[in-house]
Design a protein around this ligand. Structure first.
Ligand SMILES: Cc1ncc(COP(=O)(O)OP(=O)(O)O)c(N)n1
Ligand SMILES: Cc1nc(C(=O)O)sc1CCOP(=O)(O)O
Ligand SMILES: [Mg+2]
Length: 202
């Protein structure tokens, strides 16, 4: 189920630190984990994805791979997340099967969300909600999109600049899950910040 804190990994070659960071996020209550790594080579990506999948699933969390349908298939992830520069949703659905979770980035566009659902998306993501240090050039998405998208029949995920200080307004606006990188994984206290974010869905 796509609901609650959706942790997205920081992009790193440091697998030992990554495992510790992700463990803390899961301990704190993350219900969905996305493996997002655009910098490492294919061998390290496969290794990290396999380990993180086991970690997530051993804690009852869903495991989603960003961008890479082949990697999602290789590690038997619960699903894949796709944006405008990635593979088509219908092709991913054909490859991964009916049971796979396929998330779609819809930025600030309800029309994109409608098209994504028609193509077979399992959830839609809107962002950026706030200024994002991870993706400084991201377009801004208004909070009103979550109400506008309520009738689509799939969960609505919020992303971009979400922190323990501003997340409550996103949840109140109707986001079914909040996807977070920087404010969750930067610095010590990951489990505590995860718990604060997860508590918004308690
Ligand atoms: C949950 C979630 N929402 C949005 C994105 C962004 O996807 P995309 O636009 O493809 O950008 P990259 O993450 O690939 O840089 C996401 N990854 N997860
Ligand atoms: C990967 C990504 N996609 C976005 C979008 O708006 O589609 S914003 C974003 C970065 C999210 O990281 P942080 O929590 O550090 O802001
Ligand atoms: Mg992408």
């Amino acid at each position: 189920m796509i609901r609650g804190l959706y942790a997205i990994t920081p992009d790193t070659d440091n697998s030992e630190q990554l495992i510790e960071q992700v463990s803390a996020a899961l301990d704190g209550g993350a219900r969905i984990l996305q493996y997002r790594n655009k910098g490492s080579d294919a061998v390290r990506r496969l290794w990290q994805a396999n380990i993180l999948k086991s970690l997530a699933q051993s804690r009852g969390a869903l495991f989603i791979v960003n961008d890479d349908v082949a990697l999602a298939e290789a590690v038997r992830a619960d699903g894949v997340h796709l944006g405008r520069d990635d593979d088509a949703i219908a092709a991913a659905r054909a490859r991964l099967g009916d049971g796979a979770i396929i998330g779609a980035s819809c930025y600030n566009s309800l029309d994109l969300a409608r098209s994504a659902v028609a193509a077979g998306a399992s959830y839609v993501a809107f962002g950026a909600m706030f200024a994002s240090g991870t993706k400084p050039g991201a377009v801004h998405a208004p909070l009103s999109l979550f109400a506008d998208a309520a009738g689509l029949g799939v969960p609505r995920v919020a992303i971009g600049g979400i922190t323990p200080d501003n997340a409550a307004q996103v949840v109140a606006a109707g986001a079914d899950a909040i996807a977070v990188i920087g404010s969750l994984f930067d610095g010590d206290g990951i489990a505590e910040r995860a718990a604060a974010l997860a508590a918004l869905y308690a």
